[in-house]
Design a protein around this ligand. Structure first.
Ligand code: NOJ
Length: 710
């Protein structure tokens, strides 16, 4: 039978109550918990009775494969219909094997790394009974105060979009659902990363131009790559909460993009529109949700309790409910759930596959590619016999999984103390310089180098963890400066989930941004420091000099009074107290190799609709070290109907170079790459001059001009 027919058959046999139930997602604690009191408490909070819960369509966050089996069985034994539950969970950068946090994966500037991390995460999740992951987060952000930058891919449109696309391809195995892969739910639609002041959940006030140009493309790319669901954001857009925003859910998603993806509210968000002041009660919230195009609500019971009456009073058509439930059932069919409600789940195999050697090896490889070397005066890599004093809050820690790693366990990880064992002469977790004894100070002095671990604990970034001050916490700058005065050499490793203010620790002999690199963080850092691996990460977000520079990003618009280096004209766009440039720009990151760019050229000087411009550059590894380079191509559209950014990343290639090897690297650009979105969301391409830049960061490149004549 054809899928449409099967779906119609299933729907025909369901009551209206059962159908509306499919549009609700509940947490597992509402069904199974050690204590009945918890279950009844949760039911009371949601104003639901036990019977209603056996109509819910999906579950949020399941603890283990055994729990999934138990819950699915309980559900099917009690449900009056025969539609199995679908299980969704926050698998963000790994299930049990934890990969670098997304902002770190983005630093790899290697889409294959993100794809493979997602593929492994899917395999582990699938065996534990998860059908849908709430990932990737496609929210571009230009504000490091926002705690959730750790879950995203940074400030750039192209990098965010390509990373998100690669993760969707990895999770779904290019759309092969039901065979060791999972469906994915992209989030948070839309503009969540633009929360005012970087404060989580805060108002978003974006121009349509910025929305179309900067924020929407990544969601679109991830949908085109095969994401089946879209989670709405907590914020308002144009004053309307995203969860009931018809412009986003209808005009953009359904009409302009022609997407059939299921829309799902974020946690309790449909209910929260009342607190927003956008609906007077749950009835109005339900009506606004359904009219705007919200298909599923998460962890609230607005639809379950209010939608039926709205249908019975003819305010909502039952056909609309059928259409939504049809798409929910279609996804359950794609996931094989009707053939086997326990599809995928396998407690024995889960134990064998999760944290397998192969998976952990890849955790290390991806961690190596994700660290970013910011400073190095030649101290790194260390020689094998270097005597190290290891200090700072992370020296004995194993907490490198970072936010959203609920299934990752710290005891799987090693500490830096464990991996550097052979080289260590002294180790201390003390964070106050005055607490060191004379003997300890002597040990720091005597070591060849003091390796100082600094940064934010994992709980300082992530959801609801915004900071107004992004300097290193707990007087770590002073701690560093005191050590620097006595140590022969200092190397600083910074952990954290966001760009931090590194002006003061910049003075170390070497500085590495280590983010949270996951299960094999310490091993990866060891290999990088000892020269067994070569750093190749690049920054996916600008690191500001101070908080007042925020928002700071490389692809800004030129002003009519642009500041140029050395200009004495006071009437230009600048600050009196700080430069315009960031401390470390987007795309920046050092290597132990030395890559020289030369001979940038265009193969031909015209471009038509059906072909591409070919740009090539020679890159030579002028060192005896094997290394990878993330080669970046930017464009500038000099003159257009609307002002265009001074630079826009359009292509990235991560290339491996043998010692002293020279390679010619080619990029192709087509009409699409040279086009731009206007404030109505139309893609436009205009004749005229473009600057094409190819280099190792957004500030260091070779360039040439190209004139487009359509
Ligand atoms: C709230 C978060 O905003 C979202 O990202 C997450 O997927 C859901 N809760 C489910 O846990």
């Amino acid at each position: 039978m054809k899928t449409d027919k099967i779906i119609n058959e299933i729907i025909k046999n369901m009551t209206l109550t059962e159908k509306i139930g499919q549009m609700t997602q509940l947490p597992p604690t509402i069904y199974i918990h050690d204590s009945e009191a918890v279950i009844y408490g949760a039911l009371r909070n949601l104003n639901l009775d036990r019977l209603q819960t056996f109509n819910a369509g999906s579950i949020l966050g399941i603890g283990s494969p055994k729990e999934m089996i138990k819950l699915q069985k309980l559900y099917l034994d009690n449900a009056t219909h025969k539609v199995p539950l679908m299980f969704m969970a926050d698998v963000i950068h790994g299930y049990k094997t934890i990969f670098p946090v997304p902002i770190a994966l983005a630093s790899s500037f290697n889409f294959d790394v993100a794809r493979k991390a997602a593929r492994i995460s899917a395999k582990e999740s699938y065996l534990s009974g998860i059908h849908v992951v709430f990932s990737p987060m496609c929210d571009l952000s230009r504000d490091p105060r926002w705690g959730r930058v750790v879950e995203g891919f940074g400030e750039d449109v192209y990098l965010t979009g390509e990373m998100a696309k690669a993760m969707v391809e990895g999770y779904t195995n290019y759309g092969k659902l039901g065979e060791d892969s999972v469906a994915c739910c992209i989030k948070h639609f839309a503009g969540y990363g633009a929360a005012e002041g970087g404060r989580d959940y805060n108002t978003v006030d974006l121009s349509r131009l910025s929305l179309y140009r900067d924020y929407l493309p990544a969601y679109k790319k991830a949908l085109d790559a095969g994401a089946d669901l879209v989670m709405t954001a907590f914020n308002t857009l144009d004053g309307v909460p995203a969860v009931i925003n018809p412009f986003l859910l209808k005009d953009v998603l359904r009409d302009a993009w022609q997407s059939k993806a299921l829309t799902i509210a974020d946690y309790d968000a449909l209910n929260q529109v009342i607190e927003h002041g956008a609906a007077k009660d749950q009835v109005e919230a339900a009506l606004k949700g359904i009219k705007a195009g919200l298909d599923i609500e998460m962890a609230s019971s607005v639809y379950m309790n209010k939608l039926e009456n709205l249908v019975k009073s003819n305010q909502v058509f039952e056909s609309q409910i059928d259409e939504i439930v049809g798409r929910i059932i279609e996804l359950k069919i794609k996931l094989n759930l009707f053939e086997n409600p326990y599809s995928g789940v396998n407690p024995e195999k889960e134990k064998e596959v999760c944290l397998s050697e192969e998976h952990l090896n890849y955790a290390k490889e991806s961690a190596i590619e994700s660290a970013v070397l910011l400073e190095n005066n030649g101290i790194l890599p260390f020689k094998q016999n270097t005597k190290i004093a290891l200090v700072g809050p992370f020296s004995k820690s194993r907490a490198f999984n970072g936010p959203w790693s609920w299934k990752g366990k710290d005891d799987v990880n090693s500490s830096l103390e464990e991996v550097f064992q052979e080289q260590l002469k002294f180790v201390s977790e003390k964070t106050n310089f005055n607490d060191f004894t004379d003997d300890e100070l002597l040990q720091i002095k005597n070591a060849d180098v003091c390796l100082i671990t600094l940064g934010e604990e994992p709980h300082l970034s992530g959801e609801a963890h915004s900071r107004s001050d992004i300097s290193l916490p707990n007087n770590q700058d002073e701690f560093f400066e005191s050590i620097k005065q006595i140590a022969k050499k200092t190397v600083v490793l910074v952990f954290g989930g966001r760009p931090l203010l590194l002006n003061r620790v910049k003075k170390a002999d070497a500085l590495m941004m280590c983010w949270f690199l996951g299960s094999k963080s310490s091993e990866a850092i060891y290999d990088l420091c000892m020269g067994k691996a070569n750093p190749s990460g690049k920054l996916p977000m600008s690191f500001p000099r101070n908080v007042g520079q925020i928002p700071i990003y490389y692809n800004y618009l030129n002003t009519g009074r642009a500041y140029t280096e050395g200009s004495r004209n006071p009437f230009v766009s600048k600050y009196l107290d700080v430069e315009n440039t960031p401390l470390y720009p987007f795309g920046y990151g050092l290597s132990y190799a030395n890559f020289k760019y030369s001979d940038l050229s265009l193969l031909k000087n015209d471009l038509t609709e059906n072909d591409s411009l070919v740009i090539s550059v020679t890159i030579t590894n002028e060192s005896n070290t094997l290394g990878m380079e993330a080669v970046q191509l930017y464009i500038r559209d000099y003159v257009a109907d609307i002002v265009r950014p001074v630079k826009e990343l359009k292509k990235v290639k991560k290339v491996l170079f043998k010692p002293n090897e020279s390679k010619r690297i080619e990029f192709e650009l087509n009409y699409n790459d040279l086009s731009y979105f206007d404030s109505e969301g139309k893609l436009k391409l205009e004749n005229g001059d473009f600057l094409i830049m190819v280099g190792c960061s957004s500030e260091e490149y070779l360039s040439l001009n190209f004139n487009l004549k359509k």
